[in-house]
Design a protein around this ligand. Structure first.
Ligand code: FPP
Length: 266
């Protein structure tokens, strides 16, 4: 197609083999799934799986920063996860606090800005404080925005937006006929983030599990059987290579050049 440019060797490199640096997805979202299965396979407690999941998380953050992904959104704790056994929820909160504090310096060095979406105010105070500290400490970083979805539910987000819009209409600040998709998007937690280009779901489940329901409308989906704790830089690059082989049409027949369009390259 006319808009497909030739890929030069300069776009490819040994650090990220086969990836066209000019068409790296701007925003990658990941449902970090499979920690429990990973632990069970090894006869370990589920919390060991979550701990191994943090190791994968660090590797993927570093890899995203290296290849120029601008936004990485991770489903870390859903509104449904409260229904897990109390000790597991508590261990997850402890792990969140410990990880944010332990790796804050690493995030700073990598130029990572931490953000959160979801009802962070509903987290236990120790977790809320660690998240707020990480957000404040990294606010000036620009290389990669790392968005943690915490106490997050996609339906809840849409309901929250609808309520906020209703209040604005009630107050006379907004007319119903002015509400369109752009206006609605401004009331979502992700108002200042681009929609994800690529959603990665490890552990083989073929569902979106109440994650970014509005934002995923035209996102490319990539499901791999690899469990999250085994997900590495190599797996991420495999997902991105697959993404770069796809043609994104956004409901159209052809398309203008956007990240992810084309036939791959390197
Ligand atoms: C899903 O795996 C994973 C989670 C609910 C938590 C993900 C959290 C991390 C990777 C650690 C980093 C984030 C925090 C909050 C510290 P699962 O337990 O549902 O796995 P299974 O489906 O195999 O049981």
């Amino acid at each position: 197609m006319a808009w497909q440019r030739e890929v030069s060797l300069a776009d490819c490199d040994a650090a990220a083999p086969g990836i066209d640096r000019a068409r790296v997805p701007r925003h990658v979202a990941i449902i970090m799934d499979g920690n429990g299965r990973w632990a069970r396979k090894r006869g370990l407690p589920r919390t060991a799986g979550h701990r191994a999941g943090v190791k994968a998380l660090r590797e993927v953050v570093a890899a995203c920063a290296d290849i120029g992904v601008e936004y990485l959104t991770l489903f870390a704790f859903s509104t449904e996860n409260w229904q897990r056994p109390r000790p597991e929820v508590s261990a997850l909160m402890d792990l969140l606090v410990e990880s944010l504090r332990t790796y804050l310096e690493e995030l700073q060095q990598q130029g990572v800005r931490v953000r959160a979406i979801g009802h962070v105010d509903g987290l236990p105070p120790r977790a809320r404080q660690a998240v707020q500290e990480a957000i404040a400490a990294t606010a000036g970083n620009r290389r990669l925005t790392l968005v943690f979805a915490l106490n997050y539910g996609g339906r809840r987000e849409i309901v929250d937006a609808a309520r906020a819009i209703a209040r604005r209409v009630e107050a006379g600040d907004l007319r119903p006929e002015d509400i369109d998709e752009t206006v609605f998007g401004r009331f979502l937690y992700t108002a200042d983030l681009p929609d994800p280009d690529l959603l990665i779901r490890p552990s083989g489940e073929m569902r979106v599990s109440n994650f970014l329901l509005w934002q995923l409308a035209y996102t490319e989906l990539y499901v791999t059987p690899v469990l999250w704790p085994d997900f590495s830089r190599h797996e991420l690059f495999e997902a991105i290579r697959d993404f770069q082989r796809r043609e994104r049409r956004f409901g159209r027949v052809g398309g203008t050049p956007r990240a992810g369009e084309g036939d791959g390259g390197c």
